[in-house]
Design a protein around this ligand. Structure first.
Ligand SMILES: Cc1cc2nc3c(=O)[nH]c(=O)nc-3n(C[C@H](O)[C@H](O)[C@H](O)COP(=O)(O)OP(=O)(O)OC[C@H]3O[C@@H](n4cnc5c(N)ncnc54)[C@H](O)[C@@H]3O)c2cc1C
Length: 176
């Protein structure tokens, strides 16, 4: 990882990936098995301050929108106020680490190959995500949702479905 300002004036690459976010990094890592790849990321590095990714700091990191922070406020074309990442790793560095599988219809509509999608899910579920322990406040929140009519109760599942469920979290933001 280098500052772009110290890059040589001339270099050749098989691929240049613009944006080192969730998909850019994964794409670059895959391409680099057999090719020479450059990733150009506009933001800084999360490795300079890894504690900013700790679960205790999630909100602080999100609301820090000072000029060199990881979080950039913006207003979408339809007028919604939001934030987006400007850091290597992209929104994965800012996000809450909640994991679900996409609906089958979504995968079909996106014209993804189901076999590859299944293999990717299995890899992620083996390596990165785990079933959380449901403690006091999570139970209270779950019961609140059910009382408010967010039904049915689906128990623990990684399916993306209507109602209330116990979900999975990735290891980075291992919420209690
Ligand atoms: C606050 C928040 C919470 C979320 N929570 C969850 C969650 O719990 N579970 C979940 O599954 N998803 C969650 N998401 C969504 C998920 O993180 C994103 O959908 C996903 O990371 C987007 O990946 P991406 O590769 O499309 O874009 P990004 O990861 O945003 O990557 C884009 C990258 O491109 C860089 N970039 C942009 N413009 C340029 C440029 N001109 N030159 C160079 N670099 C550039 C950016 O700095 C960024 O690093 C959340 C998102 C946010 C913002």
């Amino acid at each position: 990882m280098k500052e772009a300002t110290v890059a040589p004036t001339y270099a050749r690459f098989d691929y240049i990936v613009i944006g080192g976010g969730t998909s850019g990094c994964a794409l670059a890592a895959t391409l680099s098995h057999n090719a020479n790849v450059l990733v150009l990321e506009r933001g800084s590095s999360p490795y300079d301050n890894p504690t900013a990714m700790d679960k205790e700091n999630l909100i602080n990191t999100l609301v820090n929108v000072t000029p060199n922070s990881w979080s950039q406020p913006f207003i979408s074309e339809d007028g919604v106020y939001n934030i987006r990442a400007r850091v290597l790793g992209g929104d994965s560095v800012l996000n809450a680490g909640f994991y679900s599988r996409a609906e089958k219809d979504y995968v079909e509509e996106a014209e993804w190959e189901m076999e590859k999608v299944e293999a990717a899910y299995e890899w992620v579920e083996r390596k990165l995500v785990f079933e959380p322990q449901v403690m006091g406040w999570q139970s209270a929140f779950k019961n609140g949702l059910l009382e408010a009519g967010v039904i049915p109760y689906n128990g623990f599942t990684y399916d993306h479905i209507n109602g209330t469920k116990i979900g999975r979290y990735d290891l980075r933001r291992s919420w209690p």
